[in-house]
Design a protein around this ligand. Structure first.
Ligand code: SF4
Ligand code: SF4
Length: 356
């Protein structure tokens, strides 16, 4: 006797996800514009109108933010160089602990652009390209090597003093400005690398995210701890394979009971694609309950807003570097290399403070 199939009538969530991704990317663009105006002010040596530096730009400094968070946990103090970066990093970590790599598919602007390029590629070629398994595994390990390098350098080589020296260093204070010039005065080599990544993303979906992003690697590892997972009910499943086909991360959703994968981004494409009611759903392992799709999107945004909101409301959002100090840093930053020692850093900061 065949299975009685109850049709899945739940509305797809992808439109809402697209909306949230677009809104977050627009917010990042707005922050970028504000930062550009701030740089113009610095370049004019204070002659142009002053624009506040947007603290949100620190979200693009993950290494410094990770060190700030480590410094906070080991000393109880919030370092004042990039405090917003620390709160943004913490928010992303919490999102991942709760909903897996949801940051990648709901909020990350790079993930969003990657996805749009992948969609374009699929429309253009009317097919999905997949790398041979061994090559895919080999390339996927690259992002873990990069993550391992950063984790080893920060947690195993540096002690609290060395971390503080780095965070205090002029190099770290202007890391966001250096990042701006990296893109504004981009070298031919960097341009070639970025163009190659974009080109490859047309064929291999999320090339950067899947193979190279150390941030994604970290979130993927944390996602194993998430209590909310995609679950398939093998009793009502009709083995149509639509979920696996819809998965942008090439996970064989139709072959497992619970999706436990560092590549799952909680995008819910598989849940949307499933034609049978309540067969594929996000379930809380703790509450043993189904979590409605909309709640995932709302919760991801809420967790992010609450954690960054705490930073804002407690006065730990803007750093304490004055515009005069920024003007000095900007005029001298060409000589800033990686910090070489605490004494050098302390002397420099003292000289800036003395001047203002
Ligand atoms: S398993 Fe489902 S939620 Fe996870 S990446 Fe694939 S489609 Fe998205
Ligand atoms: S989409 Fe996946 S979970 Fe849903 S019925 Fe088909 S194979 Fe089963």
């Amino acid at each position: 006797m065949g299975k009685k199939i109850i049709k899945n009538t739940e509305k797809p969530i992808q439109k809402y996800r697209f909306f949230i991704q677009s809104a977050f990317s627009l917010l990042c663009l707005y922050i970028g514009l504000e930062f550009y105006l701030f740089i113009r002010y610095l370049e004019s040596n204070g002659a142009l109108n002053f624009y506040q530096r947007p603290p949100g730009v620190e979200g693009f400094l993950p290494i410094s933010s990770m060190m700030s968070l480590y410094y906070f946990f080991s000393t109880g103090q919030i370092h004042q160089a990039h405090p917003a970066g620390m709160f943004i990093f913490l928010a992303i970590i919490l999102v991942s602990l709760l909903f897996g790599k949801a940051f990648c598919s709901w909020l990350c602007p790079i993930g969003f652009i990657s996805e749009l390029i992948g969609d374009f590629g699929e429309k253009l070629f009317k097919r999905k390209f997949r790398l041979p398994k061994f090559l895919d595994y080999m390339l996927r390990s690259l992002k873990y090597l990069l993550l391992g390098f950063f984790v080893y350098s920060i947690f195993f080589i540096m002690d609290n003093l060395a971390i503080k020296a780095f965070l205090d260093s002029p190099y770290n204070l202007v890391a966001d400005i250096k990042l701006y010039y990296f893109f504004a005065d981009i070298s031919r080599f960097s341009l070639v690398v970025i163009s190659a990544l974009i080109f490859l993303s047309v064929f291999i979906r999320n090339f950067w995210c899947r193979f190279l992003c150390p941030y994604g690697a970290l979130l993927g590892l944390l996602s194993f701890l998430s209590p909310n997972k995609i679950k398939r009910n093998p009793v009502s499943c009709i083995d149509c394979g639509k979920c696996a086909k819809a998965c942008p991360s090439a996970i064989k959703v139709d072959k497992v009971i619970t999706v436990i994968s560092d590549e799952c981004t909680s995008c819910l494409n598989c849940v949307d694609a499933c034609p049978v009611a309540d067969t594929l759903q996000v379930r809380s392992v703790i509450a043993k309950k189904k979590i409605p799709k909309k709640i995932i999107g709302i919760a991801v945004v809420l967790v992010f807003m609450i954690v960054t909101g705490i930073g804002m409301l407690t006065g730990h959002w803007r750093n304490n570097i004055t515009k005069e100090q920024y003007l000095i840093h900007h005029s001298q930053m060409g000589s800033y290399g990686h910090p070489t020692g605490t004494e050098e850093t302390r002397q420099f900061n003292n000289s800036v403070r003395r001047n203002y």
